[in-house]
Design a protein around this ligand. Sequence first.
Ligand SMILES: Nc1ncnc2c1ncn2[C@@H]1O[C@H](COP(=O)(O)OP(=O)(O)OP(=O)(O)O)[C@@H](O)[C@H]1O
Length: 600
Amino acid sequence: MTHDSGAADAWRLLATLTAGRRMAWLAALWLTMVAALAELAPFWLIYRAIALLVEAPQALGAALPGLAGWLALALVLKYLAYGGAYLLSHHGAYAVMAATRRRLAGHLAEAPLHWLYAQGAGALKQSVIQDVERMEAFLAHHTVEVGAAVLAPLCAAALLWWVDWRLALAVLATGPLAWLGAHWTLRGMGRDHDRFNRASARLDNATVEYVRNMPVMKVFCRAGEGFQLLRRRLHDYYRLTGRITRRTVPGWALFTSMLGAHVLLVLPLGAWLHGRGEAGAADVAAALLLGAGVFRPLLKVSRFFMEMPEIFAGLRRMAPILACRRPPRLPAPHSPPSSAPETLRLSGVGFGYGARAILADVSLTLRPGSFNVLVGPSGAGKTTLAQVVAGVLPPLAGEACIGGRPLAALDDAERARRVAFVTQEVFLFAGTIRDNLCLARPPAPPDDAALHTALRVAQAAELVAALPEGLDTELRELGTRLSGGERQRLAVARALLADTPLLVLDEATAFADSLTQRDFFRALRETYPRKTCLVVAHRLYGIERSDQVLVLEGGRLSGCGDHARLLREHAWYRGMWRCEAENDAWALRRGAEHGGAAHD
Ligand SMILES: Nc1ncnc2c1ncn2[C@@H]1O[C@H](COP(=O)(O)OP(=O)(O)OP(=O)(O)O)[C@@H](O)[C@H]1O
């Protein structure tokens, strides 16, 4: 995308987002015009006073109270008009910001989960929080200030034109001259601006990485080395800001001093016209006074030109989110009740990230009420496959169906009624544990008995009982009050409460040692015998009784069957099993030697 088409796209998006509030800005601009006219009143009154002083000095005393009254009225009018304009622009800005955030949230709610994962939480937060915040500067301030910067010179020019068109031209000439001078000294700054943005993004990343990695670097006594990258980035950043400052300061100084340089043109011209009897002293004085203030608002709006690239960049970042639509659903002939037992079937499923294939030709069947475990080496694609089974990732080849219907044909509500999914990354919200658990079953919250059953199966009953207020204990944002394992257990309990026929757990037993994992599997099967389960597991202990074990290697299913069969026929599985059996035997021996249970 070129710079220009990017700016045009950003303007179009801004126009769409502000469409419902145009009247507010039009009214604000009208009030700005009134304020700009009121701002001219003192100059007009001074002009009248000088004219009286020159032409009829004896009448000036009688006229002064009237002139002062008009001056006071003009000041009040200017105050009211600017106040009204800013009020309208701020109201409009905050309404547009709120509506934009609602729109972004609505599109994010519709966006496919795999797209959300690909964006990353940081980028989405930047769009919804910072990029929307940046619009405030433009909508609330720049609209009025740019309006004033354009209208004030126009009104002043009209007044001066009426006084003497030659003096008016002399005053107005300084504006384009100042602009040309600044433009010439600041040429090529667009590239520096892009470099500055890149340098600040790199500095941000280096700072975040430095702060995040500090504990690790301290542990290895490498804090100094960890600072090297940040030091380099800081050096690049300051070198660039130094260069930009050296380039902008002369241009800026030239611009501001030329805006006030009208005296150099108006004074000789005024003296010459006065000498020829073509302009009065009051005319020359009015041109000198008006000229001093005519371009002052331009200084205010210079901020506008500096901030616009950032505001546009923010709008361009929002565009993909606002373009996000709920994926089209495939035709669904009928909608069986969610509690009906349904077979999940994958046929020839393939998936990849970019050009890299992760899953190839995966076919499997999860029978209703069966307990299935997915194992395999790290990086084999287990999480990816679990996401396909949960309907979170649409397969790029083949088909994933539940009850004969493609998972892709289900809308979010239908999918959520059929599948509960616990990811490796657990999300708990600020609120009580009860709130977090009940989230799984709107609108009728489960009773305490159901809550306690789910907590018992998820091995979280003791954990909740030990908390000061049990189920009503408040969690901080993201459940930070709890350890990773504790959060995982609560997430499993929440998924159990969802009462879906299919449950997919991705490494949800990472919290558990081998014996706890076995207890968890047993409790899960006994308490929820009708649930179809797919559990991604790293440890094999406790999976002997599962109906089906699936072994994934390099994105392909290399084994499928019960434990005994895989032990006979699958080399990787047999090796893993032996290795774990030895480890567990060793751990049990150590536990016995220390006179206590090795596992709690
Ligand atoms: N969002 C993503 N973008 C690009 N590549 C990805 C993404 N997610 C996973 N991968 C890659 O896909 C491959 C399979 O990842 P996946 O997490 O499915 O494996 P896994 O078997 O669950 O691994 P582990 O047991 O270590 O958790 C990995 O090589 C990983 O780097």
